[in-house]
Design a protein around this ligand. Structure first.
Ligand code: HEM
Length: 502
């Protein structure tokens, strides 16, 4: 019996080797156990998509080995400039379709079957559980339905005061550092975490030490996630647990959960009295979740998942957007003066929600900053059943990597893409733009639920700063170096000076 099995095994092995050697085009797919992408009309794959480094039988398996975060970031940029069209990468068990063209994105964004997040997101499972960012299927549908009303335009009115107060607090911080070179990375995130905690969670962060620790914890979690993404062998949970840094990662998650749990508990106490007396004038997003809990629509674990997701998503992204916009305003004094002039005409003592929509030029500046430096530079999806995308049939389990950073630099949609030019977003210049050429908040079903919230927060904070201070450049744009991450980050800090306007 054993010799019979051994014989069959040997035959299979010979057959396998024969297929690898004889099938020049597809040999590597067998060797890497890598699902194969086909074209809808049977034409050559290379006619529909670029394929990276066809000469190597092990394909892109070792491309990321020992790459620093900076090189990892540049790897994707180099692929984009080399291929100039969307491309496939192959590794063991993995096909990754990398999209850098708006035209190729259409089918992905419109397909309700393509809403499951890529495998890298699941490295965050311990941190974010099945919160809105990571969940899929019916869980995602029900949570999205539950949370959507909390981000309705009318609800934002309630957050105006919080945004305004935090902006005024920020001026005091800038006053204490005026004339000095200020590190934007050290200054901005503190205020933004305060804003998200007060508006989304209803808790004032006077305990700045705890907030400081939370920020550090998030950075560490992100660092561990990127490190894991760069080591193929660590993708398997058991290997990561036995030989990787799973324990360190879990410890960081515990720290982060402690922070958000303490917020939930303290709000639950406040909420009891508010709910009982029916005073609901200043309702935080967390209060809505607590209300849904009373109605049996979500449980405590679900609330924790959503609170962690909202603080994580709402804090780092918005901070990054403000950091880059202030930096760009410093680099472009003419644009800054135009923003200031607009503020002088539009701003009044009591600004309401609609008044902020009159900041047309400031809005273009923010949009252009989000184009050049999208806070989320890359997102991904996993294919759960063979799916047609343009001329491609992507196999089950393939990853779709959407490089927002490169899509925003497509010269077919943005002439001189590296140029900072807010006029690109004036209404007359956006009329004929491809709907997926500009996607800082993603698009389709899984677009950012907090985009209106973020835009309002950005407008209020930036208008308050520019009205009172002139931003003077310190760090030069040519010196920016980026590193791979969930959020767009530079290798060093960005510095500007703030000078009081007279
Ligand atoms: C400038 C600021 C922001 C940017 C650039 C941004 C960008 C994005 C992007 C690109 C996605 C899609 C992620 C993916 O598909 O993997 C996303 C999703 C999400 N964002 Fe934002 N975001 C910002 C602010 C916020 C804020 C302020 C909140 C909450 C208060 C928030 C909450 C979320 C949530 C919960 C999701 C998941 C939505 C879902 O999958 O249904 N974001 N964001």
């Amino acid at each position: 019996m054993i010799s019979y099995l051994a014989f069959c095994g040997l035959i299979l092995m010979f057959y396998w080797c024969y297929r690898i050697i004889s099938d020049k085009d597809n040999g590597f797919f067998y060797l890497l156990f890598c699902p194969r992408t086909r074209t809808t009309d049977g034409s050559k794959l290379t006619e529909a998509v670029a394929i990276s480094k066809e000469d190597k039988i092990y394909k892109n398996t070792f491309d990321f080995k020992s790459l620093s975060n900076e090189k990892l970031f540049n790897y994707a940029r180099n692929c984009a400039s080399e291929y100039k069209r969307s491309y496939l990468l192959h590794g063991p068990f993995t096909t990754a379709y990398n999209i850098i063209k708006a035209e190729d994105l259409e089918d992905v964004m419109k397909d309700p079957g393509l809403i499951s997040k890529g495998r890298y997101y699941h490295f965050l499972d311990d941190f974010l559980g099945e919160g809105l960012l990571i969940s899929s299927g019916s869980k995602w549908h029900s949570r999205r339905k539950l949370l959507t009303p909390s981000f309705h335009f009318n609800i934002l009115e309630k957050f105006l005061e919080i945004f305004k107060n935090e902006s005024l607090q920020f001026l005091t911080i800038l006053d204490s550092q005026k004339g000095e070179a200020v590190s934007l990375q050290k200054t901005i995130p503190k205020s933004i975490l305060n804003v998200i905690c007060e508006s989304a969670l209803g808790v004032k962060l006077n305990e700045l030490q705890a907030a400081e620790e939370y920020r550090k914890t998030i950075k560490k979690i992100e660092h561990l996630q990127i490190e894991r993404a760069g080591q193929l062998i660590m993708y398997a949970d058991l290997i990561y647990k036995w030989f990787g840094k799973k324990r360190e990662y879990e410890k960081e998650c515990e720290e982060a959960h402690k922070f958000t749990s303490s917020i939930i508990n303290s709000r639950r106490e406040d909420f009891k009295s508010v709910y009982n007396v029916g005073k609901r004038s200043k309702f935080a997003l967390l209060d809505n979740l607590l209300l849904q809990e009373k109605e049996g629509l979500i449980d405590h674990k679900g609330i924790c998942e959503e609170v962690d997701t909202l603080t994580f998503e709402g804090f780092d992204t918005t901070s990054t957007a403000i950091i880059f916009t202030l930096f760009l305003l410093g680099q472009h004094q003419d644009v800054q003066e135009k923003v200031y002039e607009e503020l002088c005409t539009v701003m009044k003592d009591e600004m309401n929600l609609l008044d902020y929509s009159n900041f047309k030029y400031l809005e273009s500046v923010i949009k252009e900053s989000l184009r050049l430096y999208p806070p989320v530079p890359y997102i991904s999806r996993v294919v759960t059943q063979d799916s047609v995308c343009g001329k491609l049939i992507l196999p089950k389990h393939a990853e779709i990597s959407i490089h927002i950073f490169d899509i925003h630099r497509d010269p077919n949609h943005f002439l001189e893409p590296e140029k900072f030019d807010p006029d690109r977003f004036l209404p007359e210049n956006t009329k004929n733009r491809h709907p997926f050429a500009y996607i800082p908040f993603s698009a389709g079903l899984r677009n950012c639920i907090g985009q209106r919230f973020a835009m309002l927060e950005l407008k209020i904070l930036l208008s308050t700063i520019v009205k009172e201070f002139r931003i003077v450049p310190v760090t030069e744009r040519k010196d920016l170096k980026f590193e791979a991450g969930l959020i767009l980050r530079t290798m060093g800090e960005l510095f500007v000076k703030f000078e009081r306007r007279v």
